[in-house]
Design a protein around this ligand. Structure first.
Ligand code: API
Length: 259
């Protein structure tokens, strides 16, 4: 069959996007991995299906580039909102459902604002924080993200004895740039490489910086692919709510591929 697809990117985290409101996309791990492959396929960090969902503007179904169904993807969510907006599914404000539950979002010019799931628990361990911002994230502080061996270190932690048996984790390294401003680099599980940006990782990095440095909302975050902002409400203990990830998301191209 001939598949029509679109390619979107949010701060360099890129996705094959399919309008699957007819639910005709044949979900298959090898097929999705092939479509995401940067040499043999279209090339992307993940693939997203937009489907119908009763009571919501749409459903987002996200797969990592290895073809497995991923946990929540913040940049993918922002791209899905842009795509659904381009399809005319809502005017300015959207509600949609993803694997981690319902989300609200707004399109304001170039910027997509996405409400993330509340964070209920942060593990502050020696040398790192661990939390689930829709996806699991390990956060460690470094003096210089530029001088950090993200892939080597990230792989060792993702497959290591602590997190490997639990299904792995995404691994973030953050550098404090100035008050309320950090830089981040992320090794992504399911892509098994560094990506240019990871929205749920950026969220985890900002919340960690609040806990360690008392930074108030909002926090600016530099990724390899551009700038994001995280706003949040800390609820006293270690939890956070009304978390909002904001930044640009764009259509890059569209095409057709025989599958
Ligand atoms: N790139 C994504 C994260 C995908 C999560 C995935 N790597 C997993 O843990 O399954 C983001 O922007 O939040």
């Amino acid at each position: 069959m001939n598949l029509s697809f679109f390619k979107y990117q949010g701060t360099g985290n890129d996705f094959v996007m399919v309008d699957d409101r007819q639910e005709s996309f044949p979900i298959d791990k090898a097929l999705i991995a092939h479509l995401c492959h940067r040499r043999f396929g279209i090339g992307a960090d993940g693939l997203i299906l937009i489907r119908k969902a009763e009571g919501y503007d749409f459903r987002m179904v996200y797969f990592n580039s290895d073809g497995g169904e991923g946990s929540m993807c913040g940049n993918g969510g922002r791209c899905a909102v842009r795509f659904a907006h381009d399809l005319g599914l809502f005017a300015e404000e959207a509600t949609f459902i993803a694997v981690d539950g319902p989300h609200q979002a707004a399109v304001r010019g170039d910027i997509i604002h996405l409400n993330m799931s509340p964070v209920t628990e942060v593990t502050q361990a020696v040398g790192y924080d661990f939390m689930n911002t829709g996806s699991p994230h390990y956060v460690a502080y470094v003096d210089s993200v530029a001088n950090t061996e993200v892939v080597t270190l990230g792989k060792a932690i993702r497959y290591g004895e602590e997190f490997g048996p639990l299904g792995g984790t995404n691994v973030n390294f953050i550098e404090l740039k100035a008050p309320n401003h950090l830089a981040i680099r992320t090794y992504e599980r399911g892509v098994e490489d560094e990506t240019y940006s990871c929205g749920t990782g950026v969220t985890a990095g900002a919340l960690s910086a609040h806990l360690h440095h008392g930074w108030a909302s909002p926090i600016a975050v530099d990724t390899l692919g551009g700038k994001l902002e995280v706003a949040f409400e800390a609820n006293g203990g270690e939890g956070f709510q009304n978390i909002c990830l904001s930044g640009p998301a764009q259509r890059v191209f569209e095409g057709q591929v025989e599958i």
